[in-house]
Write a protein that binds this ligand. Sequence first.
Ligand SMILES: NC(=O)c1ccc[n+]([C@@H]2O[C@H](COP(=O)([O-])OP(=O)(O)OC[C@H]3O[C@@H](n4cnc5c(N)ncnc54)[C@H](O)[C@@H]3O)[C@@H](O)[C@H]2O)c1
Length: 284
Amino acid sequence: MGMTVGVVGLGTMGAGIAQVCLEAGHAVVGVDGAAEARERGLETVRRGLERRVEKGQLDAAARDRALARLATAEDVAGLADCDLVIEAIAEVPAAKHALFAALAAATRPDVILATNTSAISVTGIAEASGRPGRVVGLHFFNPAPVMPLVEVVRTAHVEEAAYATAIAFAEGLGKEAVPCPDTPGFIVNRILVPMLNDAVRALAETGVEPADMDRALKAGAGWPMGPLALIDLIGVDVQVHASEAIAAGLDDDRYAPHKLLLELMAEGRLGRKTGRGFHDYGRP
Ligand SMILES: NC(=O)c1ccc[n+]([C@@H]2O[C@H](COP(=O)([O-])OP(=O)(O)OC[C@H]3O[C@@H](n4cnc5c(N)ncnc54)[C@H](O)[C@@H]3O)[C@@H](O)[C@H]2O)c1
């Protein structure tokens, strides 16, 4: 039975999450701060569905039905009928806290409010909402339509029924729903973020060529993609912020971003999205 899902923030993650929800048969209401960002997000969803059709994974009629279930709204007032809302705005604690308080005021009391945060405390977000029993983390991976994992983050406040619904919802999207406690970086980033920082440290200290490092990890450790190409895909800025958040959350400088990452960020070399990071992609 399809639900009505609100997606707040139609950037990289929000657009992908909206596409996944539409493909699973849900109706989606997308909200973004700026009209331009909303239009860009819609275009990303359309392109994503089109790609499925081109690959033979979706027929044209299913694409049309999915698009007919997609609506947008200017702000959270448009989410009053939602059964579940997934937040995917910028990784800024104060912005998420303010948004969750607004979401709690704008939605039905039985709605589930989910954050896609990578490294901000879900417990803090839940408390800021004033409705902590209904808040979970639904941590999708990039690109959301492709990556199978969703970490379903449990806080001490969450109601059992709400948590069980969140697990069932993620499974219903065809995802691998993995329960995890609300600790910095959850499961994957707690391990992956410091591993990627170590790759950057090795790059800086050894002088190995970036392409050679990536080839070595692919051929020698079975990584589907080298660590530097992976940082370029994730975004250098995202890796920096995730590292800083985990370092702060665990109060351990060992997790702090390597200075080479900070230098790339200062130069605007953020990876694929700017056309250049550790590797050169030509145009973004
Ligand atoms: N990019 C990734 O690899 C990745 C992976 C997993 C989780 N995340 C998390 O997902 C979230 C979104 O990341 P992203 O990479 O999609 O960011 P993004 O910058 O691509 O998109 C964020 C969108 O949110 C909008 N926005 C910002 N503040 C808003 C507000 N108050 N109300 C409505 N819209 C607002 C922006 O206009 C933008 O369109 C972050 O919390 C991030 O940590 C990112």
